[in-house]
Design a protein around this ligand. Structure first.
Ligand SMILES: C[S@@+](CC[C@H](N)C(=O)[O-])C[C@H]1O[C@@H](n2cnc3c(N)ncnc32)[C@H](O)[C@@H]1O
Length: 218
C-alpha cells in the first residue's frame, strides 16, 4: 500500500520527488495527459499523478476502480493508463460530459492502446442512483470527485463497497468545498485515524485505505 503525503504539515515533500519515481514506471505518462487535455501536469494535475500511482497498485485483471465524476475523462484516462488490466467504471449524470469524454479518449490513441481505453466503462447517471441498486462486486479503488455540496455525503456510502486494502480518495478537500471537507472529516473521525494519502495543494486530495475491522459507513 503506497502511502503518499505532499505538502501536508507532517511531510512537506515536494511533488517533484514523487515525479522522479515516474519515468521508470510509466515513461511519458505526465506528458501524455498534458497532450490530451492541455493541462499543466506539474501544477493543476498533481492529484492526477497521485491517482496514477495509487491505481497502479491494482493493475491486475480482477482489479476494479470506480470514478465518481467523469467530466471530460482526464482522471479516468490517468487511471486507465495506470491500470490497463483493471476495469474502470466512471459515472457522471451529465450526458454532454460523458459524450465529450468518449470523444477525447477515443480520438487520442497516441500510445498504442488498442482499442484506446478499452478498460473504461462510462455510465451516465448519478452516483447515488447507482449506489441504491448496486450489488457488487467490490472495488479496489474509489475516486470521489462528483457532487461537492450537501448530497456528497451519499457518496461515502461507497466506502462499504471498498475491498480491504482498497483505497478511497477524495478530491477538493479544502475550505472552498466545506461539505466535502466536513464529510471527509466525519469519515476520518469514524475511522479514528489520519489519511493514508494526501496532497494538500491545488485543491486538497486525501484518501484512506480500508483496513480489517474498519467500520462500515452508515
Ligand atoms: C470536478 S468534475 C470531475 C473531474 C474529473 N474527475 C477529472 O478531473 O477529470 C465533477 C463532475 O462530477 C459530476 N457529478 C456531479 N454530481 C455527480 C454525482 N452524483 N455522480 C456522479 N457524477 C457527478 C459533474 O457532472 C462533473 O462532471
Amino acid at each position: 500500500m503506497k502511502t503518499i503525503f505532499i505538502d501536508t504539515p507532517h511531510n512537506p515533500t515536494p511533488l517533484q520527488d514523487l515525479l522522479e519515481a515516474f519515468p521508470d514506471d510509466a515513461p511519458g505518462a505526465v506528458e501524455m495527459l498534458e497532450m490530451i487535455f492541455g493541462l499543466p501536469a506539474l501544477t493543476r494535475c498533481s492529484p492526477t499523478v497521485l491517482l496514477y500511482i495509487l491505481a497502479r497498485q491494482y493493475n491486475y485483471p480482477e482489479g476494479r476502480i470506480l470514478e465518481i465524476g467523469t467530466h471530460k475523462g482526464h482522471t479516468a484516462a490517468a487511471i486507465s493508463w495506470a491500470a490497463p488490466q483493471a476495469k474502470i467504471i466512471t459515472i457522471d449524470p451529465c450526458t454532454e460530459f460523458v459524450e465529450q469524454a468518449k470523444y477525447l479518449l477515443i480520438h487520442h490513441d497516441a500510445f498504442g492502446l488498442n482499442p484506446p481505453y478499452a478498460n473504461i466503462e462510462m455510465i451516465n447517471a448519478y452516483s447515488w442512483d447507482m449506489l441504491a441498486y448496486y450489488t457488487g462486486p467490490y472495488f479496489d479503488m474509489i475516486w470521489v470527485d462528483g457532487e461537492h455540496e450537501v448530497r456528497m455525503v451519499e457518496d461515502l456510502g461507497w466506502w462499504n463497497w471498498l475491498k480491504i486494502d482498497g483505497v478511497m480518495v477524495f478530491h477538493d478537500y479544502y475550505p472552498l468545498f466545506p461539505y466535502v471537507q466536513g464529510y471527509v472529516n466525519m469519515l476520518r473521525s469514524r475511522l479514528g485515524r489520519e489519511y493514508d494519502v494526501a496532497i494538500l495543494r491545488d485543491g486538497g486530495t486525501v484518501g484512506f485505505y480500508k483496513r480489517e475491522g474498519d467500520p462500515e459507513w452508515t
